[in-house]
Design a protein around this ligand. Structure first.
Ligand code: PMP
Ligand code: GLU
Length: 400
């Protein structure tokens, strides 16, 4: 008999966010009029200043391999960006460019984790953190929070989750899926736990430019030299520059970690796409404050529309997110209700009910390790938001 797949491959779970986005696209292809709130990507086109960088690279013949961690001008531009915007002083050789921030995170976990290690992940969390940690043979240790604490983890709960096997803590601010933004106090608490218990901090800051209502993004690595030396700062151009398809992410890390990530990447992908690196360089170099302000203001308007509309629907309660472009709506008030003789017994059921009856695609909280909620992305037009809210309201009002 033929030998089977590895335990790793057999245990790997597909990404529910990607799966649901694909399902909505497939339904649309079949002619079903689905309104999709699944996508974790801005609906803006990539700005011309980034496209120009790519076109110039092609015409200049920059179409060959580059050093694995990325072209020096890009790593220099990233180092400047880290210093200018985040008060983080990385040298270019402490930066590794990868094929998206997802790949950067994978590289960071691979460089840091051994089987048996534990990683603390505050939840609700983005779908890929626990799965990537598991793929390393390590164990995700989830520390839950909800809207009563603005989706920020409780300090004592974090402390209690630490064991001698804890190697790292994941920090995602602004947070996908909740839109929580970690202010100075929770950042200091996490930093102090990391220092006391000798932990690495994997800080995913990919939504840093999308913060609202006067909240500001702060990088944990900027809190002091000792924290900086145990922080891996992950970021990328996908969300800030509407460049999800270009697949450029990056991390800044202490030299030893950056070298390890690069060494591992040598054997996996080599460099990220050369042309996309030039596009990312142009994005970082040539982005105008106007472009950013427009992105931010557009998302802010949609955010308020979405939150207000959802809160008007009986049975749904929606905390106002402070960052990113998602709402994480509490649908516990719908659980236990029935339609067509069937009972909604979980948020997964609620999401399925919305998809099949209202033709509205959302991502259920189960994938974010926090059931009882559904995630809706507001990276769609105001017209789609309004139509979606109307559809949701109509079908929810028919539940008994
Ligand atoms: N981190 C978070 C929190 C995300 O939501 C995403 C979205 N895919 C990523 C990382 C990865 O982004 P990308 O690989 O497109 O850079
Ligand atoms: N990060 C996005 C999301 O959460 C894109 C999909 C993915 O990579 O998970 O929807």
């Amino acid at each position: 008999m033929q030998k089977g797949l590895s335990q790793r491959a057999l245990s790997a779970q597909p990404s529910p966010t990607l799966a649901l986005t694909a399902r909505a696209q497939e339904l649309r292809r079949q002619g079903v009029d689905v309104l999709s709130f699944t996508a974790g990507e801005p609906d803006f086109d990539t700005p011309d200043f980034a496209k120009t960088g790519a076109l110039e690279a092609i015409h200049a013949g920059y179409t060959k391999y580059t050093p694995t961690p990325g072209i020096l001008p890009l790593r220099e531009a990233i180092a400047e960006k880290f210093e200018r915007e985040n008060n983080l002083r990385y040298a270019p050789d402490q930066i590794v460019v990868s094929c998206g921030a997802k790949h950067s995170l994978f590289g960071a976990f691979m460089a840091l984790l051994d089987p048996g290690d534990e990683v603390i992940i505050p939840t609700p969390c983005w779908v890929s953190y626990p799965e990537q940690v598991r793929l390393m043979g390590a164990t995700p240790v989830l520390v839950p929070a909800d809207e009563t604490t603005d989706f920020l983890p409780d300090y004592d709960a974090l402390r209690r989750a630490i064991t001698p096997r804890t190697k790292a803590i994941v920090l995602n601010t602004p947070c996908n899926p909740t839109g929580a933004v970690f202010g100075r106090k929770p950042l200091k608490e996490i930093a102090s736990l990391a220092l006391t218990h000798d932990l690495w901090i994997v800080a995913d800051e990919i939504y840093e430019h999308l913060v609202y209502d006067g909240h500001t993004h702060e990088s944990i690595g900027a809190l002091g030299k000792e924290v900086f030396q145990r922080t891996i700062t992950v970021n990328g151009v996908s969300k800030s520059f509407a460049m999800t398809g270009w697949r450029i992410g990056y991390l800044g890390a202490p030299t030893e970690v950056a070298r390890a990530v690069s060494r591992l990447q040598d054997q996996m992908t080599s460099n990220a796409c050369t042309i996309a690196q030039y596009a990312a360089l142009a994005a970082l170099r040539d982005a105008t404050p106007d472009w950013r302000a427009q992105l931010q203001a557009t998302f802010d308007r949609r955010r308020r529309l979405m939150v207000d509309g959802l809160n008007r629907i009986e049975g749904i309660r929606c905390w106002t997110p402070r960052g990113a472009f998602y709402v994480y709506a509490n649908v516990q008030g719908l659980i236990g209700r029935t339609y067509d003789g069937r009972t909604l017994s979980s948020s997964a059921d609620v999401a399925e009910f919305l998809l099949t009856t209202a033709r509205v695609a959302t991502v259920p909280g189960e994938g974010f390790c926090a059931p009882g909620y559904i995630r809706l992305s507001y990276a769609v037009s105001e017209a789609v938001i309004e139509a979606g809210l109307e559809r949701i309201g109509a079908v929810v009002s028919q539940l008994s």
